[in-house]
Design a protein around this ligand. Sequence first.
Ligand code: AMP
Ligand code: ZN
Ligand code: FE
Ligand code: FE
Length: 298
Amino acid sequence: MCVDLHTHSVHSDGTSSVEELVTQAARLHLAGYALTDHDTIEGQEEAIDLGKQHDVPLVTGLEVSAVHKEHSLHILAYGFDHRSNTFQTWLERLQQGRNKRNRTIIEKLRKLGLDVSHDELDSISDQGQTGRPHIARLLLKKKIVSNLDQAFRRYLGRDKPAWAPRFTYTAQETIAAIHMAGGLAVLAHPGLLDSGMKLQTTLITELAAYGLDGIETYYPSHSSKMQSFLMRLAGKNNLVMTGGSDYHGDNKPGTGLAGSGRFCPPDTIMGEIAQRLRKNNLTLTPTKTVEAKACIPS
Ligand code: AMP
Ligand code: ZN
Ligand code: FE
Ligand code: FE
């Protein structure tokens, strides 16, 4: 049996509702499931209720953008207390940063002579966190671009004319905040950081020193060579190995949920997560918040 611990819903930049995701997870008989929206835990309560209803073993989830030195990273959180007010408040700063950046991007697009407005963006993203994929959809809807990738290549990608930075915490702060909320911190899709595998050894060792709990070893675009390399790194640094599809519905065509094709992270992951949660000492103190320079990949 498979698990899928990396999925996005309409609460961030996925196109499926939480109900669609959890019922699909049930239909695929997943042995573990997590909803990991970007920078928001808004969908967790509903996911938990639906998981109970449909008998899907579920762990709370989240994907946070963070920076470490010059690297933009995504850190997954699992098993945290989704009702923690402190954690909610911590996340609000990221959410405000997104709102501010979205306004800047729309202004930049308008200055480039494109007919797009904030209201139109709101109608594309009527709930949850708005991200660049929503802006890309708006550009597609208005026939300014012919596909989502073109929107990133021409306007929204890093260093393109409408790119804008946003607030992010450091990886160290992010790991500490996840621990404070009782969760595990896992580096998302480490393979995407460097397909040549030169960056990961130092980076993962440094993050492990901050208390990183795991790495997302099983990921659709990781080659078998990458997967073996990450397995060795996990072993060396005493890290849990997790996996997920990064399903975004129509915002990431070609990626299905685990178990719907050949991609199948093993069901042993759930036991390892549970064991690690029990083992963790959750009394880390919060670190000082700083404005981060860098932003999001691509
Ligand atoms: P944001 O969180 O607003 O910075 O947007 C990041 C999201 O944009 C990620 O989930 C990526 O999957 C998506 N993304 C980045 N580059 C591209 C691209 N070239 N085409 C489509 N989606 C992309
Ligand atoms: Zn996304
Ligand atoms: Fe990611
Ligand atoms: Fe993701």
